[in-house]
Ligand binder design. Structure first.
Ligand code: COA
Length: 384
């Protein structure tokens, strides 16, 4: 465990670094070796050989489905893709200045409330909330269509989860490569143990709040630039840098000013994040058939400059999942303000699994703070 020392001399784990807060059978991260497993299967094997729907089954149900079970499960998920008309209406009412993550955070409890009003059982623990996994992608695509003045597109249940998302977003079926790339990106983002948003989901679930409240809180945590918001910020950085030749100086100046380079560094990984490796490979594959952007060459210079700068200071940091993902989405013609919502549309599978696990063996979370304020003082006696 890594401790910080308070002015009083007492030690505590700042940012809960290294603290083991619960048991979980969902995800294992080996931060030293740069390895990640969902329920014992490596992320590389899952991304290469399984669909996002199969991975969702693994996370929610605990096992990889055989062909027959996968077909049944996919049918079940796909049947839930469409949004109730009232939800589409609500999406139309949001002011355009609101970030899509703020829309997602506030509309999820509304979806829960509508189901309650329809007399449908509310799933407290998320265990059977397949509709949330199915509908997140539809929410993101519809929000984009509505905001850009385009008609919404009904889901196509013959397409995989990722391919259908691209179809609903762009209004035309994606190429096989683009659909597969989207599925792989979703799989790579689906789960990551007790990161800030998943921990938030579990804390809220530990109060026995319902699934929708827990997921809504998790979305709020994911929105921040130090967590899921980093992918959007990476693309903004790339756009500011504009050309590979300008990247090294830009990065050195930012680091000299003690600014964080988005998409780099991780609390747990002390080696390259395996998701970044997989997403970089995806980016290279897509570059062979889709129009090129400057993003990838710029990112490579950023990566190398940060690596050299931090190595000299004996603080090696590596790209994380957000470093290359924005460039992949950019190649798939996805606008930057949807990057973090897409992260949420993948991570809902992991959140739901964690909320269900929390419910199955619950104890409310209640850490303590080291008090640093004034000593107990009778009212009216303090000089201010
Ligand atoms: N750019 C520049 N320096 C970085 C850095 C980055 N992206 N990430 C870490 N560092 C440096 C810190 O400045 C710090 O140096 P210091 O000891 O001189 O102050 C050191 O490395 C340790 O970083 P710290 O922020 O304490 O690590 P953390 O475990 O608290 O934070 C992150 C982890 C992910 C929040 C952090 O690396 C970060 O902010 N990265 C950018 C945002 C991002 O990509 N988030 C997505 C995560 S998946």
């Amino acid at each position: 465990m890594s401790f910080s020392e308070a002015s009083s001399g007492q030690q505590y784990a700042r940012g809960l670094e290294g603290v083991v807060a619960t048991e979980s059978s969902i995800c294992k991260i080996d931060g030293q070796q740069g390895q990640l497993y969902y329920r014992g299967y490596s992320i590389e094997d899952l991304a290469d050989q399984h669909s996002f729907e199969g991975v969702t089954h693994l996370l929610l149900k605990g096992s990889l489905p055989n062909n027959q079970t996968l077909q049944q499960f996919s049918r079940q998920l796909r049947a839930e893709r469409a949004l109730p008309e009232a939800v589409v209406e609500m999406l139309r009412r949001y002011p355009s200045a609101v970030h899509p993550m703020e829309v997602l955070q506030s509309i999820i409890p509304y979806i829960g409330a509508l189901r309650r009003e329809e007399g449908r059982a509310i799933d407290l623990s998320c265990e059977n909330s397949y509709h949330l996994v199915a509908q997140f992608a539809t929410l993101v695509a519809y929000l984009h269509r509505i905001r850009t003045g385009q008609p919404i597109i009904e889901p196509d249940n013959s397409l995989s989860h990722g391919a259908n998302f691209l179809y609903m977003l762009h209004g035309k079926p994606p190429s096989k490569l683009a659909g597969t790339a989207m599925d792989v990106a979703l799989t790579l983002h689906a789960e990551h143990s007790l990161n800030a948003s998943t921990f938030t989901a579990r804390v809220v679930a530990s109060t026995l709040a319902n699934c929708y409240s827990s997921v809504s809180a998790a979305i709020g945590a994911l929105y921040g630039p130090l967590h899921g918001g980093a992918n959007e910020q990476v693309l903004q950085m790339v756009q500011k840098i504009a050309k590979p030749a300008a990247a090294a100086d830009w990065v050195k100046q930012a680091l000299a000013k003690k600014e964080k380079i988005m998409g780099m560094g991780h609390r747990v990984y002390k080696a390259t994040d395996p998701r970044a490796v997989a997403i970089e490979r995806l980016l290279q594959e897509l570059s062979q058939s889709l129009p090129h952007h400057n993003d990838y060459p710029i990112l490579k210079v950023v990566q190398e400059t940060v690596r050299d700068y931090m190595r000299e200071r004996n603080k090696p940091i590596y790209p994380n999942v957000d470093f290359f993902s924005g460039a992949v989405y950019n190649m798939l013609s996805i606008p930057a303000n949807l990057f973090t919502p897409i992260f949420a549309a993948a991570r809902i599978a992991g959140w739901a699994a964690h909320i269900a696990e929390q419910y199955a063996n619950n104890r409310i979370y209640r850490p303590r703070a080291l008090y640093t304020g004034p000593p107990p003082t009778p009212l009216g006696t303090r000089q201010s």
